[in-house]
Design a protein around this ligand. Structure first.
Ligand code: PHE
Ligand code: ZN
Length: 889
């Protein structure tokens, strides 16, 4: 057990380890209740550490059996063991072998950290600090060792035994029912990348030949009977491996690469060296059970974990403050991979949507923190949208600033210079500075300052001078612990769109720093002037969302309507419509702030809404556009986006109503076009998960939903038929969700039919749970409460908990924030119950309260009471107490 209220860890307190570990020899005898681990650690004093220091090892919930130094048992006086550490008091200051024997209970491990059993399979999860639950060890990422692991188990219970690296030996243990395997990983690694698996698993395998001709055996292991559903993951893996060779020059470095899918997993997946462990939700797919979104997620996450082999494993992090060094960079890499495999604009739109809904929300509330935090109390709570998604945006900006080649030169230098090391963000940036002769000191603020920068851009055309001037002002808002901030380096990609819809050539006037089509903003206020501008253009600013900022402009609604029809930058074409829709939704929620676009729209009445609908209609009819893109254009901003735009005194019911009526208006006004799209994109063959087919389904389903949101009987009947005749999960589930949200009379029968059909398929049942949790009506809370008692639900499985309670809290704003406080109370009690079992999952659920301060007073009061109730809970985990303290702080 750890202390309930641990001292914060600070980046500035970093010291190199006193002792290094060169080799780890593990002998693990698997047993459901008493697994015995013997660890032989080849250690030596670190020349950079404190001379004469004792050996201090981390531990967590371990039963210590014995300690030996260089083979000789160490008496009790030679060491001190506490629940969280083992100290060797006066070790000789020379290379030595420390042997430690511990016993642990995998079946009692409900935290799913360390060694645990997932539906009968033994597996491990060590990031960030789980290895200390397997043996005493210096559990920090800057201690890199070569691991050899011997795993022994009952042959019946665990015929498959997997470890990191290559298998070097295996066999039966004569005269017993047991067998063993020995795995050796030649690449030094931190202990968080350790993994082992033992169980009854089916497998698919494929060969892969690397760029230099080395043969690799790829394996994916799944629960018995599910091998047929692993094919898409295998395909994605092979494409990822090839892509990383072609785009980053990164080649795989072991003889085997294994992936294991497990049913009980705290996160999405884990990049253990040569042995990735996945939440099965991100491996298993078939047309009947997985949606297009599931396929896209599988592709992205398979790629992400594979890409970690270089960005994370070959080059790891010096300490956990550097988490974004591997995560932000690897998310950027997986985003680029998906962009190359699918539609780049549509991928960008999806990524920015996610960034805004999760990261901007985090950055605007009490849990805001920098991409590289300076302090933490519980590292598990920093696997956040800021570290991952904003971290990826920062890498993307580097690429925008340095250009394709400059970026690749920096990456090459990084791989070259730091291979085999535990690196820092500074070292990463220095590679880009060195490779490009660039000064990145101001850019580095993106890692240190939290909060979303606000950028205001006002454009002025000077008819007499035939010039166009953009006045840019940046503002950094205060965030927790950061009252004052410095101006940042902000790359704003720009186009000046002429009346014919084409971009004008950008001719910077002397004395401005516009480089090509990217404005590099570095000062609090700055102007950029372009000459030879014959007629008033419409500026398209922050194209491709080149900087993760909140942008405001002096564009009139007519300008935005023009961009929504004509911008050649697909992202900004999409964004122009969203900006208008958002402004309308804010004012329709009854809370238009003065002098904003929303205010202007409210004053302008319905004419502008009609113009917006017309512009969206034009995109709908435009056959040159990608259907997947049109589907994005037609999807109105989320309730969370609207709430964030309003900022304070938020009333989720008003937002919900405004959004619903806009969609109804769209459904009514665009009906002919929607009907045509629905007909044109009817399935024309067997289901295929490719991006083009998925895009057609996305548009067809968007049309189905917009029409059904009118509530017309014929539209509901169409949705019902869509549900009943669907031959794939994408269409079936989409139709079910349309019925659940728009057809109260048809809903229960459809939900029941769906349940009966898929009752034995937990991953599909998660969709069923999630959907019911998202219905925006007062009966939902009682429904969710009942579902917690349904046989399909389990508090012990993170996927079930996230599907039902997680979606209620994060994806049902009106019911989570019920004015009577019952939603808050329900989630608070769930957090308290979960915390006793799995603190990480509990803490993540608690994150749903992150925007509580922006609610109107009644709801704000009830959220605060719920948070205080949690804070007063007995024996809180560090995970939950950290989040609750920061949320209230
Ligand atoms: N490192 C994992 C990733 O690729 C995430 C993870 C963190 C998984 C902690 C488990 C535990 O993003
Ligand atoms: Zn990752």
């Amino acid at each position: 057990m750890r202390d309930a209220d641990p001292q914060p860890v600070r980046l500035t307190d970093y010291r190199p380890p006193d002792w290094l570990v060169d080799t780890v020899d593990l002998d693990v005898r698997l047993h459901p209740q008493a697994t015995r681990v013997v660890a032989r650690l080849g250690m030596r004093p670190n020349p950079l550490g404190r001379p004469g220091a004792p050996i201090v090892l981390d531990g967590d919930e371990l039963e210590l059996k014995s300690v030996a130094l260089d083979g000789a048992p160490l008496a009790g006086a030679g060491y001190a063991a506490t629940p969280s550490s083992l100290t060797i008091l006066a070790p000789p200051q020379e290379p030595l072998v420390l042997t430690i024997e511990t016993v642990l209970d995998p079946s009692a491990n409900t935290k799913l950290m360390g060694l645990y059993c997932s539906s009968g399979t033994y597996c491990t999860q060590c990031e960030a600090e789980g290895f200390r639950r397997i043996t005493y060890f210096p559990d920090r990422p800057d201690v890199l060792a070569v691991y050899t692991t011997r795993i022994e188990a009952e042959r019946e219970e665990a015929p498959v035994l997997l470890g990191n690296g290559n298998k070097v030996e295996s066999g039966d243990i004569e005269g017993t029912t047991r067998h063993f395997a020995v795995w050796h990983d030649p690449w030094p690694k931190p202990c968080y990348l350790f993994a082992l698996v033992g169980g009854k698993l089916d497998r698919i395998t494929e060969p892969f030949v690397t760029a230099t001709g080395k043969e690799v055996e790829l394996g994916i292991y799944v629960e018995p009977g599910k091998a047929a559903r692993a094919g898409y993951a295998m395909d994605a893996l092979k494409r990822s491996m090839r892509w990383d060779e072609e785009v980053f020059g990164c080649e795989y470095d072991l003889d085997v690469f294994n992936i294991v899918a497990v049913a009980d997993f705290n996160m999405g997946a884990m990049e253990n060296k040569g042995l990735n462990v996945f939440n099965d939700k991100y491996v298993l797919a078939s047309p009947e059970t997985a949606t297009d979104a599931d396929y896209a997620n599988i592709e992205a996450i398979i790629a992400h974990e594979y890409f970690h082999n270089w960005t994370g494993n070959r080059i790891t992090c010096r300490d956990w403050f550097q988490l974004c060094l591997k995560e932000g960079l690897t998310v950027f890499r997986d985003q680029e991979f998906s962009s190359d495999q699918r539609s780049r604009p549509v991928k960008r739109i999806a990524d920015v949507r996610l960034l805004k809904s999760h990261q901007f929300a985090e950055d605007a509330g009490p849990l805001a923190h920098p991409v590289r935090p300076a302090t933490y109390r519980e590292i598990n709570n920093f696997y956040t949208a800021t570290v991952y998604e904003k971290g990826a945006e920062v890498v993307r900006m580097l690429k925008t600033l340095l250009g394709e080649e400059g970026f690749r030169a920096g990456m090459d230098l990084y791989f070259d210079r730091h291979d085999g090391q535990a690196a820092t963000v500074e070292e990463f940036l220095t590679c880009f500075a060195d490779a490009n002769g660039a000064d990145l000191s101001q850019f580095a603020l993106w890692y240190a300052q939290s909060g979303t920068p606000q950028v205001e851009v006002n454009g002025h055309w000077d008819a007499a001078a035939r010039s166009y001037r953009l006045d840019v002002r940046q503002t950094q808002v205060p965030t927790p612990g950061q009252p004052d901030k410095q101006p940042m380096l902000i790359p704003l990609a720009l186009g000046l769109v002429g009346a014919d819809g084409r971009d004008l050539p950008l001719v910077p006037d002397d004395g401005t720093n516009a480089a090509g089509s990217v404005l590099v903003v570095s000062r609090p206020e700055q102007s950029f002037v372009f000459r030879d501008v014959e007629a008033r253009p419409v500026p398209s600013i922050n194209r491709g969302f080149s900087a993760p900022v909140k942008l405001t402009t002096n564009l009139a609604s007519e300008d935005l309507l023009f961009l929504a029809r004509h911008d050649t930058d697909p992202f900004n074409r999409f964004e122009a419509g969203q900006t208008l829709a958002l402004a309308h939704l804010v004012s329709a929620s009854g809370l238009a702030p003065e002098k904003t676009l929303a205010g202007a729209l409210a004053a302008g009445g319905t004419a502008l809404v009609e113009a917006l609908i017309e512009a969206l209609g034009a995109s709908l009819e435009d056959e040159t556009l990608d259907p997947a893109f049109i589907a994005q254009v037609l999807s109105v901003p989320s309730e969370g986006d609207i709430a964030r735009e309003i900022g304070s005194e938020v009333d989720p019911d008003a937002i919900h109503a405004a959004r619903r009526s806009l969609r109804r208006a769209l459904g009514e006004a665009l009906r002919p076009g929607l009907e045509r799209a629905y007909g044109r994109h009817a399935p024309d063959g067997a289901y295929s998960p490719d991006a083009v087919s998925a895009g057609r389904r996305a548009l067809r389903n968007a049309a189905l939903e917009l029409m059904a949101s009118t509530g017309e009987a014929a539209d509901i009947a169409r949705a019902l038929a869509h549900f009943e005749t669907a031959d794939n999960m994408t269409d079936r589930f989409f139709a079910l969700s349309v019925l659940a949200h728009h057809a109260p009379a048809e809903r229960d029968a459809a939900l029941d039919a769906f349940y009966q059909r898929f009752r034995d398929d937990p991953l599909v049942i998660d969709k069923w749970l999630a959907l019911q949790a998202q219905i925006a009506e007062p009966e939902t809370l009682e429904r969710v409460r009942e579902l917690t008692r349904h046989p399909a639900f389990s508090m012990g499985n993170p996927n079930r908990v996230r599907a039902l309670i997680g979606n209620f809290a994060a994806a049902n704003q009106t019911q989570f924030h019920r004015p009577d406080g019952a939603g808050h109370l329900f989630v608070a009690d769930a957090v308290l119950e979960l915390d006793r079992r799995n603190p990480q999952v509990a803490a993540r659920l608690l994150g749903a309260f992150k925007s509580w301060r922006s609610l109107e007073p009644t709801r704000r009061g009830s959220a605060e009471r719920a948070l205080r109730r949690i804070a007063d809970g007995p024996g809180l985990s560090p995970d939950v107490s950290d989040i609750v303290a920061r949320s209230l702080g």
